[in-house]
Design a protein around this ligand. Structure first.
Ligand code: E4P
Length: 223
């Protein structure tokens, strides 16, 4: 199981990279739109600079921002041309009928694909069949519809393993720490997590209590 950062914020990314745990970064157009208005490609370049500064060679997903298949292919190729010096760049393409053509086409050109916005088992399996290296299931958004996201991840995991598919499952759209724990148990290969959850994930009141007690006892003994 690997943890990715679901963010395009440079400070969040740097603080995470300094702590050694990230195994990848996912961005999307909405995540990028949260940042101060800038040249999109320059911003991605800054993320790559950070990855190189801290000697990481981990997947970085950048999403196409069009509905038109031809334009999606063009954008995917442009990303690779622009950021080709970072070999672990993945082009994110949403699942869909025409989009499967985009995935197939880009894969044939040797481009790594993260097929995103999957909300169902069928979509995930079709994404894997089209050749996606990563299949992204949106846990929180599945739950928004009133469905249980756990069996969707579990079934996808079981079938991909049974059929020996190389695609890795990324679970995104995390809304609670509980989603992370559930997705891990359901068989996600990767969970992509918003930065705000990382500090709570390592915090525990009993840890604070223990550490404070050790410090108090020892400083009393030193006197
Ligand atoms: C995954 O790669 C996506 O960026 C992501 O987790 C989107 O989730 P949300 O838009 O439901 O928050």
């Amino acid at each position: 199981m690997k943890i990715f950062i679901d963010s395009a914020n440079l400070e969040e990314i740097e603080e995470s990279l300094k702590r050694g745990f990230p195994a990848g970064i996912t961005t999307n157009p909405s995540i990028l739109a949260k940042e101060k208005k800038c040249d999109f490609k320059e911003h991605i370049r800054k993320i790559i600079d950070l990855l190189q500064k801290y000697s990481y060679d981990i997947p970085l997903s950048v999403e196409v921002f069009s509905n038109d298949p031809k334009e999606m292919i063009k954008q995917g190729e442009e990303f690779v041309k622009q950021f080709g010096d970072y070999a672990n760049l993945n082009v994110k393409v949403p699942i869909g009928w025409d989009e499967m053509m985009v995935i197939h086409e880009l894969k044939q050109r040797g481009i790594k694909i993260n097929c995103t916005c999957c909300m169902s088992f069928n979509q995930a399996i079709m994404a894997a069949r089209a050749g996606a290296d990563f299949v992204s299931l949106f846990y929180g958004r599945i739950k928004d519809m009133g469905y249980d996201a756990y069996p969707v991840v579990k079934k996808t995991h079981d079938v991909l393993k049974e059929w020996n598919y190389p695609s890795e499952i990324i679970v995104g759209s995390i809304r609670h720490i509980g989603d992370i724990n559930e997705a891990i148990h359901a068989g996600a290969d990767i969970i992509t997590v918003p930065y705000k959850f990382f500090k709570p994930m390592v915090a525990h009141p009993k840890t604070d209590e223990a550490v404070n007690q050790f410090l108090t006892d020892f400083s009393a003994w030193l006197k």
